[in-house]
Design a binder for this molecule. Structure first.
Ligand SMILES: *Cc1c(COP(=O)(O)O)cnc(C)c1O
Length: 230
């Protein structure tokens, strides 16, 4: 069995295991296979293995991969995007996970030719290195989104701190869930906000326990082009 096949089986096992343990349905969780570190050939192998949702974080790399991969993948843009690059990608992706400033919303409004499903990125941990709206600003930010009718806010996204402290990671995910519930309760027509994009290679099990609907898994699933795997 190839290393890729082994990683796929391990991740699939872990996801089914946590779902069973806490009584969630596997089908309620979307795995976004983060292909940002690998070739288009590897990305195609992920699609063939049943991972139709691919995550990229650089416009050029996304567009290059799309040239090669013609099949019906769903594309998730998961990284910080510069305002001037929004036009390059916005009509070529299925989800944008990183809306965190008005300037991005304005660009989407100007450039999108249909309604775009977006996650608002929230900096729950408050680390300076992380982008995202602060929890305190979130409600106001989302209310401002009413002016941009090409944006549908499907959920919230966050990145946990890089730490071994499981309790800290869990508290970040739990806070995002509470924020999501608060926004959903507003019943804004443009912000159903039912989804939670959280959890990566090191913390996706905790994220699923705390309600993640989208986990973004790179190294532990897809691997990286350099090194161990094939
Ligand atoms: C790279 C990246 C991931 C995947 O990270 P891994 O630790 O390799 O699973 C997830 N989300 C975002 C925003 C990323 O940039």
């Amino acid at each position: 069995m190839s290393n890729l096949q082994q990683r796929i089986e391990k991740i699939e096992y872990d996801i089914q295991d946590v779902c069973q343990r806490i009584g969630r349905k596997r089908s309620d969780i979307t795995v976004v296979a983060v292909t940002k570190e690998v070739s288009a050939a590897r990305a195609s192998a992920m699609i063939e293995a049943g991972f139709a949702n691919l995550g990229e974080n650089r416009p050029e790399v996304l567009l290059d991969k799309q040239e090669t991969i013609q099949s019906g993948a769903k594309w998730h843009f998961i990284g910080n995007v510069q305002s001037r690059k929004v036009k390059d990608i916005i009509n070529r992706i299925d989800y944008l996970h990183s809306v965190d400033r008005i300037s991005i919303a304005k660009e989407i409004h100007k450039r999108a030719d249909h309604i775009i499903d977006c996650f608002i990125q929230v900096n729950v941990s408050g680390e300076e290195s992380k982008s995202g709206v602060t929890p305190a600003e979130l409600k106001n930010f989302i209310e401002q989104m009413a002016a941009y009718d090409k944006i549908r806010i499907v959920g919230l996204m966050t990145m946990a701190p890089f730490t071994e402290d499981v309790d800290l990671i869990r508290s970040v995910f739990r806070s995002l869930r509470q924020l999501r519930d608060g926004i959903a309760a507003l019943e804004l027509p443009y912000a159903p906000c039912t989804q939670l994009s959280m959890g990566m290679s090191n913390d996706f099990i905790i994220a699923i326990e705390e309600g993640a609907t989208h986990v973004r898994i790179g190294t532990a699933l897809v691997g990286a082009e350099s090194g161990e795997d094939a």
